[in-house]
Design a protein around this ligand. Sequence first.
Ligand SMILES: O=C[C@H](O)COP(=O)(O)O
Length: 237
Amino acid sequence: MKLLISVQSISEAKKIKRSDFDILDIKNPNEGSLGTNFPYVIKGIREQFPDFPLSAAGGDLPALPGLASQVAFGLAHLELDYIKLGLYGMQSVEAATDLLREAKRAVDMSGAKNIKIIAAAFADFREANTFSPFLLNEVAAETGIDGVMIDTINKKNKSLFSFLKIKELKNFVEDGKKLNLITALAGSLNFNDLDKLREIKADIIGFRGAVCKNEDRSAEISPEKINSLYKKINRRI
Ligand SMILES: O=C[C@H](O)COP(=O)(O)O
């Protein structure tokens, strides 16, 4: 399991420069679960991490393929390794397929090499009226994108495991892997979830709140917490 850590600013990224993790993710929590950050922030972080796997969130997207394709095209010019697109304002397979197909076309057209598109659905899709994660693998395979992720919209006192059962998450990951998709999970995960996450075996697990001061995702990020999480994941403590 690769550890992805989300930051929201250049200064946070600098602060954790010597910490242990596998993927640095850039988001803008002020704009939602997968809120997208400004080009200058992403560019500034790339300058700090020239050879490190970098990911960026592309927004909790409405059912507007044109908008999604422009977001994807913009992100494709920022030397990223992964872009994450949230399937927020839609419920149907057709709407999600249109959006991802256009996002992929835009990334291909940008000429950027080796960028992986990860589509995210939300574990609390019923409450939030968003795209079902149970339909995500099918849409990802159909559109030729690279990976799938489940996160949560509701980040207040609830986590991924408040909304979906371990068995459901395991099936999601197994089905995704059978389709050669990268699989990722996030959503207020904490240190106590590691046994469950090991059982589910997603390729990537994403954290922010649990590695911030007082477990508050809007507070300061803690390099020490990141190191201790990385050690626990890799069973060095
Ligand atoms: O992609 C990972 C997310 O940024 C995780 O954030 P969270 O742990 O605060 O829910």
